[in-house]
Write a protein that binds this ligand. Structure first.
Ligand SMILES: Cc1cc2nc3c(=O)[nH]c(=O)nc-3n(C[C@H](O)[C@H](O)[C@H](O)COP(=O)(O)OP(=O)(O)OC[C@H]3O[C@@H](n4cnc5c(N)ncnc54)[C@H](O)[C@@H]3O)c2cc1C
Length: 604
């Protein structure tokens, strides 16, 4: 103890051990509650369709201003690292909050300012109090996702940021302990436990750096698992008897709960593999090489497995992966809906002759199958490509679905932008909008215009989804204007533009389309697709900036833009949807209120 640290100081410190971490938790809980309200609450502000300047639109202008500043203004580091202002704000606010609680009221009764015993011990206590939430944010089934509606993969940045902040706080604690004589006389065992915990934490911090996660994900994954275990157990013994362990054991509970939920799901959805009688036979996945770098994977929808457009499933394929428990996330490209695969009733007998409408190249109605489009990289996906080259089958265990599904039912215009296999995300969401508009009588959607933009490297990629697009066009009701624009970036050849974007509201046109689909069902080609009204196939890069500006200028009311593709595509869209396009002057003059959804196929 420092010479001036009195009994009164000690009792104040012990009191702060309890109250300060609690107050930090209240602040975090209040913040999550506010974020949850924003995410779940639909803004009761009507847009109006007037094009005149109106001060009544000020609240809407404020909301759009906030969206642009928080999510579309970005800090770009290098080619692939992007932080939005919301992330920057959360990071700065979090560090400030913890450092403030660590360093306030550190003057002893005798007047010694910034007394090391106060801040060194308190900072460790504050860091320990964060372990439960840091652990929860690293799991797939967590309360924060549930409350805020933000998917676990998007929260991964916060998980890393909080963990790094805690590491920094614990380093300050270690320095404080070294420079002062420790107040709590640590037994040698607890000191050793603390040192081991910090060594494990240091390794975790290094391994979590982006180049390691990207270059050697499996190494990162397993060492991360082991490192966290060592850190938490070490931390528990280091703080045992000194309040800190109170905050550490809940981490094990959150982690175990997530594992328990995942195991239950895995057994429930894959029970045919586990020898239960009710299992409807094998669910082996069929693989197919669609192009040099894209594999299509199809498997029968596990009984009771339902998902919403845009959701993800984890696939474990022991015969393909290097390690038997590797689980890789992929977005479900098929759509769990019967109205888009209309012809036959559900076949109860397995893969029978009557297995109906082909969509997404599948031999089954796509609401009966899980379809994934997999980009080939260097690890698991490379091995999957080898299996797909022989059209092989492989055992697959499905865990999911995960992630929220965007609710676009209240938008007047929905724009979708995909690059390559990003179509896995935008296609089902696009189809769900069409389906909801089709059931507009039930008040499900008010969408009047959909724009679907897909950038691909080869024209033949269109075949991956052309049936789904044709069906969507068929199903679109007269009230809906649809524009489907496909850009073949790999070909300098001339444009295959067939029709200008136009309404599908002409019944004669719709009938003609339908007739074509029925009579030429077996010989569908992309020329069939581009012959439909509103469908254009063009060569070269899409001028996304111009396309979006055009849409914004044509729209009033609410507009959503959903993007899934390369970093470049996401950046281009964010840049366009800043000021002045989505700025206060545009909104006040009747411009659309724009919401942007970006899916990045990876941990940010
Ligand atoms: C929510 C989400 C949805 C996704 N949806 C799709 C999709 O529909 N189609 C698609 O092609 N890809 C999708 N991905 C990406 C896909 O999971 C990875 O490309 C795949 O796991 C790479 O495996 P690999 O061993 O071949 O990778 P590697 O060659 O080892 O690494 C390539 C990249 O994939 C990352 N990665 C590797 N293994 C995993 C893993 N188990 N979990 C997360 N990331 C990993 C690496 O960090 C690296 O950035 C999605 C990712 C996420 C997080």
């Amino acid at each position: 103890m420092s010479s001036g640290f009195s009994e009164a100081d000690l009792s104040a410190l012990l009191q702060q051990f309890v109250t300060y971490p609690e107050q930090v938790w209240y602040a975090i809980a209040a913040f999550l509650f506010i974020v949850g309200c924003f995410q779940w609450g639909s803004f009761p502000i009507t847009n109006g369709f007037h094009q005149k300047f109106s001060l009544r639109r000020i609240p809407l202008a404020v909301i759009n201003f906030y969206r642009v500043v928080a999510f579309r203004w970005t800090l770009e580091i290098g080619q692939s690292y992007t932080l939005n202002m919301a992330e920057v704000f959360v990071t700065v606010a979090y560090i400030t909050l913890l450092l403030t609680y660590a360093f306030i009221n550190t003057t002893t009764v005798e007047g010694q300012k910034l007394d090391v015993i106060f801040w060194s011990n308190r900072i460790a206590m504050l860091a320990s109090s964060q372990f439960p939430i840091v652990t929860a944010l690293g799991t797939k089934n967590n309360l924060v996702s549930l409350v805020t509606g933000i998917s676990y993969d998007k929260l991964n940045y916060i998980h890393r940021m909080m963990a790094r902040t805690c590491f920094m706080l614990l380093c300050v604690h270690a320095v404080g302990e070294v420079v002062s004589s420790p107040y709590f006389h640590l037994s040698e065992a607890s000191l050793h436990a603390g040192i081991i915990a910090m060594a494990a934490f240091f390794i975790l911090i290094i391994l979590s750096l982006r180049p390691v996660r990207t270059g050697a994900y499996e190494l990162f994954f397993y060492i991360h698992f082991l490192g966290v275990l060592i850190f938490l157990v070490g931390g528990y013994f280091h703080t045992k008897g000194a309040y800190g362990s109170y905050w550490i054991w809940p981490s094990f509970v959150f982690w175990a709960l997530d594992r328990f939920i995942r195991v239950v799901r895995l057994v429930a959805f894959n029970h045919s593999y586990f020898g239960f009688k009710s299992g409807a036979g094998t669910m082996d996945a069929a693989t197919e090489l669609l192009s040099e770098d894209v594999v299509r994977l199809r498997l029968r929808r596990p009984p009771h497995f339902h998902w919403s457009p845009g959701q993800t499933a984890y696939l474990t394929m022991p015969s393909v992966s290097t390690l038997p428990f590797e689980a890789h996330p992929f977005t479900i490209a098929s759509f769990d809906s019967s109205s888009l695969s209309t012809e036959e009733p559900e076949d109860q007998s397995g893969r029978g002759e009557n297995y109906g409408t082909q969509v997404l190249g599948s031999s089954a109605p796509f609401w009966k199958e899980l379809v994934f489009l997999v980009n080939v990289h260097g690890g698991f996906t490379k091995k999957l490509k080898e299996v797909a080259a022989t059209k092989g089958k492989a055992k697959v265990f499905v865990d999911g679905p995960y992630g929220p599904s965007p609710d676009l039912s209240s938008y007047d215009t929905c724009v979708f932008v995909a690059g390559g296999s990003g179509i896995s995300y935008t296609l089902p969401v696009f189809l769900s909008v069409i389906e909801h508009v089709e059931s507009v009588r039930k008040g499900k959607s008010s969408c009047k215009r959909v724009v679907f933009i897909w950038c691909i490297r080869k024209a033949e990629y269109v075949q991956w989804i052309e049936e789904a697009l044709i069906k969507a066009v068929q199903l679109a009701p007269p009230s809906l204007t649809a524009s489907i624009r496909i850009f073949n970036t790999g070909s300098p050849s001339t444009s295959q533009s067939i029709e200008e974007d136009s309404s599908l509201s002409n019944p004669t046109e719709k009938n003609r389309t339908h007739e074509q689909v029925v009579t030429r069902k077996d010989s569908l080609t992309s020329s069939m697709l581009v012959s439909l009204r509103g469908v254009r196939m063009e060569s070269g890069r899409a001028d996304l900036d111009a396309l979006l500006k055009e849409e914004v200028s044509m729209t009033s009311g609410r507009m959503s833009v959903s993007v899934c593709g390369s970093q470049g595509i996401a950046r281009a869209i964010r840049h366009t949807l800043r000021f002045p396009v989505s700025g206060p002057s545009s909104i006040l003059s009747g411009g659309p209120s724009v919401t942007l959804y970006v899916e990045s196929f990876g941990y940010a």
